[in-house]
Design a protein around this ligand. Structure first.
Ligand code: NCD
Ligand code: ZN
Length: 351
């Protein structure tokens, strides 16, 4: 277990963290949100679900340049790029991705599972050669782990995915590096703890802080709607236990997924919570609420880097126990975006 350096009791200093699952979007939206992540994190795994998706190494190189151009001039933030796996991704693309040195994972979106996933995989059997190439080149599979079968209740789609997709996949590719992303259930926690092979999981701040009641408290609350959807309290508790345990298989991935306010507060609201502004403080609240601040650094700054075979960041950040009133909305191109816990107060703030 790594210990967090405690300066005075109301300050904590940790190695600069990384975000292992982030949506930065493109164009004006990218320009609006990139600085938030860069202020908190050293690196982030950048999700490829643009329209059109980032399916080739060439597209990833170009997207990376747009991200770097959107950052403040002094920023040292490093975007770790990913490719969007389709039924037709050729094995050779995996070699190109690996050789590029800028692609760090390949993202599986089961077709129809979430925002901009229609170009995703309809059947993993169609991707076996490409998955074998990933295993060969050591490029991790980053998995949105939900079945899309409409006959399966939306609250059960992650647990069903483990048996229907993940266990068979692990059997056929024992050496593939797999990240089970944004896990939301006790079944996923259990799976990741026991899985054979190199298996990790990211956990978001919102799934650690809220259960599904948040969606319906005082009315329908679209800013708490994300995919995978928030689950029952017993699941939230299992996630917290995993995150604070120090187990190196669990690490932070915010899944910060900005949508314009008008597309959230809508008859058919988009899925995604915006947490890039205050992710570190949200995680700190979880660890603090559970008397686990000494393990915050492992979860935020060490475990993910170790899983991906990267050194941890060299810089440090300091958090102060200080009230922070979260703004009601933030600029988002011509629109605005509503951060998670808008209008509420967090007990920590990065200084
Ligand atoms: C993400 C998005 O908006 O891109 N939405 C979400 O609810 N998390 C897609 C995703 O990661 O599932
Ligand atoms: Zn996501």
């Amino acid at each position: 277990m790594t210990s967090t350096t405690t300066i005075p009791a109301h300050h904590i200093e940790i190695t600069r963290p990384d975000d292992w699952h982030l949506h930065l979007r493109d164009g004006d939206a990218l320009k609006a949100v990139a600085a938030h992540s860069a202020a908190q994190f050293g690196r982030a795994m950048i999700m490829p679900n643009l329209r059109p998706p980032v399916v080739t190494t060439g597209q990833a190189v170009e997207y990376r340049q747009r991200i770097l151009a959107a950052l403040p001039a002094t920023s040292e933030f490093v975007p770790l790029m990913t490719l969007y796996l389709t039924d037709h991704t050729p094995p050779d693309e995996i070699r190109r991705a690996r050789e590029s040195g800028i692609v760090f994972g390949v993202k599986l979106y089961p077709a129809g599972a979430t925002t901009h996933s229609d170009a995703g995989v309809t059947d993993l059997a169609k991707c076996m050669k490409t998955l074998e190439a990933m295993q060969h080149h050591g490029l991790p599979l980053l998995m949105h782990g939900e079945v899309t079968d409409p006959a399966v209740d939306i609250f059960d789609r992650e647990a069903v995915f483990i048996d229907r997709v993940l266990r068979p996949l692990r059997k056929s590719l024992p050496a593939l590096k797999i990240v089970f992303e944004h896990i939301t259930t006790k079944e996923a926690v259990q799976y990741v703890k026991e899985a054979e092979g190199e298996t990790g999981a990211t956990i978001t701040a919102h799934h650690l802080l809220f259960n599904r009641n948040a969606l319906f408290t005082g009315g329908l609350c679209p800013h708490y709607y994300c995919l995978p959807v928030l689950k029952r309290e017993e699941n939230r508790q299992a996630l917290v236990k995993a995150a604070i345990s120090g187990n190196p298989r669990f690490f932070a991935g915010t899944d910060s997924a900005p949508h314009a306010r008008g597309l959230k507060e809508n008859a058919c609201g988009c899925a995604g919570c915006y947490t890039a502004l205050h992710a570190v403080e949200l995680y700190a609240k979880v660890f603090d609420d559970n008397q686990a601040l000494p393990n915050l650094e492992a979860f935020l700054s060490l475990n993910g880097a170790a899983f991906h075979g990267l050194p941890h960041n060299s810089g440090k950040i300091t958090l102060a126990r200080q009230d922070w009133h979260i703004p009601e909305a933030l600029p988002f191109g011509e629109e605005s975006v509503v951060p998670l816990m808008a209008g509420e107060t967090l007990p920590w703030r990065k200084v």
